[in-house]
Every structure is written in C-alpha cells, then in structure tokens.
Design a protein around this ligand. Structure first.
Ligand SMILES: CSC[C@@H](O)[C@@H](O)C(=O)COP(=O)(O)O
Length: 343
C-alpha cells in the first residue's frame, strides 16, 4: 500500500480523511494544494508530510518562471513549514529541498528539486525497512502482544511504516501474536487507518477505545507498547499523537516497556527538551463533531491539542534506522546523529 504517488508535474495523495470507506485520490499541482492537503490532514504522519512538502516545493519550482524560482521559493518554503508545527520532518524536508536549490544549475532548478524530493521519498521507505528489521529483533525479547497508538504505517510514511513497520517485520519473523490498536480520538487514526492496514496485511488485531489501554495492561494483555514520533528533543522527550503520554504513564505503572520508533529525521537536537516543542492546537470542531455531524451540544466548548510530549525517562528505547538509542538520551541520540548520513 502506498498513499503518495508522484510525477514531475503532480503529486497524488490518497485522501486519509475519507479512509477506510472511500478510496479517493487528491491531485496537487501547486505548493498551495500541498499545503492545504497537509493542513486538512488528507496527508498526515510525520514522514509523509515531510515528503509531500518536498514535492510541493518541486511543483512550485516547475510552475514559477525560471527567473523567479530562486527569489520566490524561500518565501514559499517558509510558509510550507507552517502547515503543521509539531512534526519536525516537515521542516527537515523543506530545508533539504532548499539546499538542493542552492546546488542546482541555472535553469535546472525544477528538475533538481524534483530529484531531491524523489530521493527523500525513496530514502523514507528504505529507512522504515531498517527500522522494521532492527525493531523486530529488539522487541521480540519482550513478547508478541503489542499495543500501538495512532497510525504509523504506510499511510503515515511513504511506505512500510515505522512502529507499524516493526509489526510487519515481526509478523514476517513469526514473533507477532496480536496487536491492540488504540482508536486514537478524535481523528481515529487507529480505528480507521491502522486497523485498515493491519486488516490488509492479515495481522491479528483488536481496536480498543483509548480509555481501555490501562485496564488491558492490568489484565495482562500487553507485553510491549510501540508508538511513532513527530519530534524527539535532544533529551529524548518525544512529541507524538495526543494520548501517547497517558499510555507511557500507564505502561510505567504496569512495568511494561514503552518504545518509540522513528527515523533519525524525526530527531531535533536543536530543541533541548519537550518543553520547547511546539504543540499543534487544532479546531475544537474536530472534537465536538464527527464527519461534520455534531456529537456534543450546540455551542459546546472543547480543547484540541493534537500532540503531547512523553518525557524521555518513560521511554525504554528509541528505535531508529541507525540502531536503538537507550537512556540517557542526551548521549545516545547525539551518537546516532553523528552517524546520520554516513552510510
Ligand atoms: C510514522 S508517523 C509518526 C507520527 O507522525 C504519528 O504517530 C502521529 O502522531 C501522526 O499524527 P497526525 O496528526 O495523524 O499527523
């Protein structure tokens, strides 16, 4: 399954607001189209929005008059970064494409940007496969019953997935027994998207309501928790989908190991701790309504933080394509970043 298809003059995104019941592809031809698709969560998941943004800038470079590309694109790039504030993959991918612009030959800007966006997309799939291999070996020692949150699969990446990639690799290795999928209020990435991917793969799973997770742990259903990440600060504090922090606290209370799986492009060593990570606040209507229909009284007030931050001390390990970082994260993450890009 893949949710991102690309050609030099268009980006096609599988609309994740319509899944699992409708398969609708959205065609983007401009940076504005891509920006709107990211904001409205037609494309979502940290690595997927990074790749989409990269293609968005490449599309814009093709659309602009050649003489305008170098003067106009920096502004578009800065704006693209504001589409969603928490996932640092977006900022990294935009910066990477803009670096390609610096190196591009005169007149070859649009092609250079497209090639860089393709490289970002292809690298993501390769990275996820490595996370899967490394993670499957590491996690197997804890057992085969895994609880996960949100969607970290093919839909959230360019392909294969991070935490969900580990589940695929465990299934292939014969070590996966069962997956408990938090439904993940309010956007239901678990119930709609992770369940869809696991079902396609024939992986045994049960959706649970978010509030079931603690009791499921108490009942002994869960050997290990694995989640994804949107931004990992220098000290290991990790921003991920709202509800992740509660899961980590529950896992700690029950003595269950809690892991984060993410590519090293999700590490942000320039952010000292989780307190410095910007947390996206989305519309209250996404909490009070479902698919446009109200579920709360008219005029109800709601708070909608889209992400939370799990302190590093609650995380047993951070599984990346370069290996598993263990606490203390200040040192282990810096070591992983030192090796980033060297192989
Ligand atoms: C590999 S995806 C990792 C994270 O981006 C994922 O866990 C998550 O929080 C997604 O949030 P979303 O709001 O759906 O973009």
């Amino acid at each position: 399954m893949n949710a991102i298809r690309y050609e030099p003059d268009r980006l096609m995104l599988l609309d994740q607001t319509r899944l699992p019941h409708e398969t609708v592809w959205v065609t983007c031809r401009t940076a504005e189209d891509v920006y709107q698709a990211i904001r409205s969560m037609q494309v979502r998941g940290a690595p997927a929005i990074g790749a989409a943004a990269a293609f968005g800038l490449a599309l814009e470079a093709r659309r602009l008059a050649p003489a305008e590309v170098r003067s106009r694109l920096p502004e578009v790039a800065a704006w693209m970064k504001t589409a969603r504030p928490t996932a640092v993959n977006l900022m990294q991918a935009v910066d990477e494409v803009m670096a390609a612009l610096e190196e591009a030959p005169r007149g070859g800007e649009a092609d250079a940007l497209y090639q860089r966006a393709v490289a970002i997309a292809e690298r993501d799939i390769e990275t996820n496969r490595r996370i899967g291999d490394i993670g499957a070996k590491w996690i197997a020692k804890h057992g085969g019953r895994v609880l996960t949150h949100c969607n970290t699969g093919s839909l959230a990446t360019v392909g294969y997935g991070t935490a969900l990639g580990i589940l695929r690799a465990m299934r292939d290795a014969g070590t996966l027994e069962h997956v408990y999928v938090d439904e993940t209020r309010p956007y239901l990435q678990g119930a709609r998207l992770t369940a869809y991917e696991l079902q396609e793969e024939g992986i045994p799973y049960d959706i649970i309501t978010d509030s079931t997770a603690g009791f499921a742990m108490k009942l002994g259903w869960v050997d290990v928790v694995i989640v994804g990440a949107d931004r990992i600060a220098k000290n290991g504090d990790t921003a991920n989908k709202i509800g992740t922090y509660s899961l980590a606290v529950l896992a700690s209370f029950h003595g269950i190991p809690f892991y984060v799986a993410a590519p090293t492009t999700t590490l942000d060593l320039s952010t000292p701790s989780g307190d410095d990570i910007p947390i996206e606040e989305r519309s209250a209507a996404e909490v009070t309504h479902w698919m446009g229909r109200p579920i709360a009284p008219a005029g109800a007030s709601a708070k909608h933080l889209a992400f939370d931050v799990t302190p590093g001390h609650l995380i047993a390990g951070i599984i990346t394509e370069r290996g598993v970082a263990l606490p203390p994260y200040g040192e282990s993450l810096a070591r992983l970043c030192d090796t980033r890009g060297k192989s």
